[in-house]
Design a protein around this ligand. Structure first.
Ligand SMILES: Nc1ncnc2c1ncn2[C@@H]1O[C@H](COP(=O)(O)OP(=O)(O)OP(=O)(O)O)[C@@H](O)[C@H]1O
Length: 280
């Protein structure tokens, strides 16, 4: 048994307070197995970060949780199979920030963020004052107010990544799926964005807390923000538990083939890469 396995749900069991419950998730495309027998529960209001080496299946898992990729097994959101939710209802419940979303050509920052309000705007109707206010608020929180009229194609990678997040936050969904949400951000904006997501999580009501599932390559940051960490390797769940149980030198050496030191930080373990000994 690997570290963290003790906290894993029993196969077939659904945790009573799980907002997200995934059972026996498998994805095969042609001869390739992308995911195999993945079970997870995510409690309402929890932050789960999915880590694993390149190609481990992290993005695939997020797309399955979002109901966007067919899979064997079952994903339930508050007890309802995600595949049975109508598109509009699914968009009110789940917001996915993909690594490289498709952007309509010529679209401005404001109009792109407004796409997040689509599930609330009746067909052929204009956006309401509340929709406009929600978008302005989220753009301000993400330090994008000065860029609202710019075309997305003219933004830097980090600016664009914040706009993708703005659209998802404008969606007001209860489940936020973030695929490497800060990979292009400088360290200051990285902290701002993650603190904002954490703040939104904390300010959700008890009845309606925000639940976060994120993928990340920065393991120290993963450990600082997540309640639990899921380590995937080769499409399988190899560890699931609190950061201190999963971010261990042994597990990271085995599954990433990485030489690291793990040291105690104020908010979780910090993972420091260690280079090979210098040649004399
Ligand atoms: N359509 C496809 N056909 C075959 N293999 C695919 C297909 N789509 C994805 N894969 C493979 O599935 C594996 C999992 O991909 P995924 O994008 O989920 O990995 P990841 O853990 O998010 O990786 P990264 O850290 O590099 O972003 C990869 O090896 C990828 O090449």
């Amino acid at each position: 048994m690997t570290a963290g396995e003790a906290t894993a749900p029993e196969p077939g069991a659904t945790a009573p307070d799980a907002m997200v419950s995934a059972r026996g998730i498998g994805v095969r495309i042609g001869a390739a197995t992308l995911l195999s027998e993945v079970d997870i529960d995510v409690a309402a209001g929890e932050w789960l970060t999915v880590i694993g080496p390149n190609g481990a299946g992290k993005s695939t898992l997020l797309r399955v949780l979002a109901g966007l990729l067919p899979a064997t097994g079952e994903v339930r959101i508050d007890g309802t199979p995600v595949t049975s939710l109508r598109r509009r209802d699914r968009a009110r419940q789940i917001a996915l920030v993909a690594q490289d979303p498709v952007v309509p050509p010529g679209m401005s920052v404001f109009d792109y963020a407004m796409l997040g309000r689509t599930p609330y705007i009746p067909p052929l109707a204009a956006e309401s004052a509340a929709d406009l206010a929600a978008v302005r608020d989220v753009l301000a929180r993400l330090d994008l107010t000065g860029l609202t009229d710019r075309e997305l194609s003219t933004l830097s990678g980090g600016e664009r990544q914040r706009v993708f997040l703005a659209r998802a936050l404008a969606q007001g969904a209860r489940l936020l799926l973030l695929d490497e949400p800060t990979s292009a951000l400088d360290i200051g904006h990285q902290q701002d964005v993650l603190e904002l997501v954490d703040e939104l999580r904390a300010t959700g009501s008890d009845d309606d807390p925000l639940t976060v599932v994120a993928t990340m390559h920065d393991l120290s940051v993963a450990g600082e923000y997540a309640d639990r960490i899921l380590l995937l390797a080769g499409g399988r769940r190899v560890a699931l538990g609190p950061p201190a149980e999963v971010l261990t030198e042994d597990l990271l050496a085995t599954h990433y083939r990485a030489r690291v030191r793990v040291v105690d930080g104020d908010h979780g373990p910090l993972v420091v890469p260690v280079r090979r000994a210098r040649r004399p």
